[in-house]
Each structure stands twice: as C-alpha cells, then as structure tokens.
Design a protein around this ligand. Structure first.
Ligand code: AHN
Ligand code: ZN
Length: 345
C-alpha cells in the first residue's frame, strides 16, 4: 500500500496542476471574451461583486426550535431570561459588535416588564446601513384560541416571535462568512406582544401598549446618532403558504422599499409568498420605528385575507407551536433578504 501511494501521489498532483493551469489559461485567453461588449463585462463583474449567499433554511429552523424549546418567552419569566442569554450568545458567535439594551417598561396593566433588546452590527464602520428587526418575546395570553379555557395561557410563539428571529440569526451567520456591501444591523426586539387581551372590552386606542421594546429602542437607539437608510421588520414569517400582503403602514411610510423588496422576492423566485396586494395597517414594531426615529421601515408580516382576524389561524392561539413552521417559508423570506442585502450598493 505504502509503495502504491508514493508512486501515484506525485503523478496525481502533477496532473491536477496541469489541469488547473489549462483551465486558468483557457478561461483568460478565451478568444470569445475579447469580443464581449464592455457592458457584458461590467455585468459580469457586477455579479461577481454581489454574489448572494445561499440561505440555509435548516439552520434557520434549528434557531426557531431552540427558542421554542425554552418554553413561552414571556417577559419576567425564567424561560424569557434564558432565551435572551441564548440569543445574545448565538449572535456573539458570529458578530463582534453586539450590544444588549436592558431596561424596564410599563405594561398596560402596570406590570414592570424587564426587557432586553439585542443588537448585532455588521460592518459598523460603514455609514450606509440597513436595519433588520424582529421580536423575540412571546405573547402571555392565547386570547384568540378557540377554547376560552386557554385564553390566559402563554403561547410558544414559534411563528409569532421565533420565526423572524430564526431568519435573522441565519442571516447573521451568512453575514459573518461573506462581508456585505452595506452595513447591517440586526435588531432583536423584546416586549412586542404584551398588549391588552382581546376579551377586555375597550373603546380606547390600545396601540401604544404594543411594541414596547421597539418604542424604547426608537427613543434610545443603541448608538448615538444612529441612522439607517431603511428598515425591514419580520413578523410571522414561518407558516406554510404564508402570504405577505403589502401592509398598509409600510405603504404609507416606505412605499418604495415595499416595492423594491417585493420585486426582489419575485426576482428570487418567491412571488407566490409576496402578492402585489395591499393588506390592513398593523400596529407593529415598524410603526414606532417609523414614527419615533423616522427610519422608513416596512413589515413583512403574514396577513390572511380569508381569516376573521386578518392573521394566520394559529395567531395568538396555542396552535402557534413548532408544528406550524415550514422551512419553505423561512427560505423564501431569508433568501429574499439576502438578495436585498447583497445587491445593495
Ligand atoms: C395588534 O394586534 C394591535 N397588533 C399586532 C401586532 C402583533 C402581535 N404582531 C405579532 N403579534
Ligand atoms: Zn403576537
């Protein structure tokens, strides 16, 4: 055996070298290339510069599963605390610039909620930046559950919470392997879903009791004079056959971003998830980012034109667990976002 390898190794290496040399010479001296128009060459070099990484939906799914495994991530609970540590540590393994913004916010019922907004900055030296966000907390009440006995139980929030964060963590991993042409901030927001329960009859506008972590961040950004050209919020991006209608506040505050993201989704082959159809206005984290810090921010949110609530049937029910998560949807959203990021200039 020893003899055979020592005889064949150099030959194989030599053959490999010759093959590589031939390929290199052939491609650089290809007579056809001299006749290519400069436009074509430009297009090629453009493509080379903006190679879009491949979003790994298995990896994103595993980040969703990890979050859900802690149990409902309701503010002021041990599961919430533990998941916050997991997210911060996960982000730190792929990002050198991670900031944890901790504080307390008052909920609609007077409870003081301990929150952690977790922010990872890629290419922090660049002033040309985009902002990607999602919330990680889960709702304390399954107040839309068909069974009223469940209305006070907390939800897993596999779709409503963990799915968007799973996509962002996979994007962060890709950003650590291939530097992006623009700066990217991953903003993992807390205390989004502690809004008042539906069953409580009220005529008051309860909008400001939602998105508490986002309201705090928008009033106290993690870096002084923080600016981004635009923002994209992910909310409920994991269910089978999701439809991301063009949410109405996104169309009001950032119509050109909606159009360009939807057009990128179509270009990437995911038009069935991104119909050209306007949806209802949703009080979500992006509303506060638009209003308070004035960063034009859109919401990629699963809106269901056929359901009574306007959302997917598992929304704010005990059904929102890992079994509703579909890798095809995570892939459609994640690959669209990577295409948006890497095609930026
Ligand atoms: C309201 O129901 C007012 N806003 C919903 C925002 C939300 C909750 N997104 C996910 N969970
Ligand atoms: Zn929710």
């Amino acid at each position: 055996m020893e003899k055979i390898t020592s005889i064949f190794k150099p030959v194989t290496l030599q053959a490999l070298c010759i093959l590589l040399l031939t390929v290199a010479l052939f491609s650089s001296c290809n007579p056809g290339s001299h006749h290519e128009t400069s436009a074509k060459t430009e297009e090629n070099s453009e493509k080379a510069r903006t190679a879009v990484p491949d979003f790994n939906a298995d990896s994103a799914f595993s980040y969703v599963r990890h979050q859900v495994a802690f149990g409902p991530r309701v503010c002021n609970t041990p599961a919430h605390e533990k998941c916050g540590d997991y997210l911060a540590n996960r982000l730190r393994t792929v990002c050198k610039d991670v900031i944890i913004q901790k504080g307390k916010v008052k909920a609609y019922n007077g409870t003081l909620l301990n929150f952690s907004n977790i922010i990872g900055s890629f290419r922090p030296e660049l002033s040309n930046r985009i902002l990607l966000c999602s919330h990680w907390d889960s709702r304390p009440y399954a107040d839309q559950d068909p069974d009223p006995k469940n209305h006070n139980k907390p939800i897993d929030g596999a779709n409503d919470g963990a799915s968007g964060v799973g996509v962002l963590l996979e994007i962060a991993r890709q950003l650590s392997m291939s530097p992006s042409p623009v700066g990217v901030d991953i903003l993992i927001l807390d205390a989004e879903d502690y809004g008042p329960p539906e069953d409580k009859e009220t005529t008051e506008d309860t909008s400001d009791w939602w998105g508490l972590g986002a309201q705090y961040w928008a009033a106290h950004p993690h870096k002084t004079n923080y600016a981004a050209r635009y923002g994209i919020l992910l909310d409920m991006v994991g269910a089978t056959d999701a439809t991301f209608l063009m949410e109405s506040f996104s169309m009001k505050y950032a119509p050109s971003i909606v159009k360009s993201v939807w057009s990128t989704a179509w270009q990437a082959g995911y038009s069935r998830f991104f119909p050209e159809e306007e949806g209802l206005p949703i009080t979500d984290d992006h509303l506060f980012i638009n209003k308070i810090i004035n960063i034009p921010t859109i919401d990629i949110i699963h809106l269901d034109r056929n359901s009574k609530t306007g959302f997917t049937p598992s929304w704010h029910t005990l059904k929102d667990n890992i079994s509703v998560i579909d890798k095809n949807t995570l892939k459609a959203v994640g690959q669209t976002l990577l295409t948006v990021i890497y095609q930026e200039k």
